[in-house]
Write a protein that binds this ligand. Structure first.
Ligand SMILES: [Zn+2]
Length: 79
C-alpha cells in the first residue's frame, strides 16, 4: 500500500519579543580547535570584547561567529 502525503505551507515570522544574541567559538588550532565558547552575548560589542580578551590571553585569532535570532513557525494552507 502506498502512502499519500499532503504538503503544507508554513509561515516564518521573526520573533520581535526576543532580542538576538551573539556567540563565537574559537576555532584556532592545527589538530583540534581550541573550542573556547563565548556563550550568548547581548550585543556584538560584548562579543567583540570577549574575542579580544581571548585573543589577548591566548594569541588565538580565528573564531566562528554567529548571530542567533528567534523565529515563529506557523502552519499555513494545505497544497
Ligand atoms: Zn582559543
Amino acid at each position: 500500500m502506498r502512502a499519500a502525503y499532503r504538503f503544507r505551507a508554513y509561515n516564518f515570522t521573526a520573533d520581535q519579543s526576543t532580542l538576538p544574541t551573539y556567540q563565537a567559538v574559537c576555532v584556532t588550532g592545527d589538530d583540534a580547535d581550541c573550542g573556547a565558547d563565548s556563550g550568548p552575548q547581548e550585543s556584538e560589542e560584548n562579543l567583540n570584547r570577549w574575542m579580544a580578551e581571548h585573543s589577548r590571553d591566548t594569541a588565538h585569532a580565528t573564531f566562528r561567529r554567529a548571530q542567533w535570532s528567534y523565529v515563529e513557525v506557523q502552519p499555513g494552507a494545505w497544497r
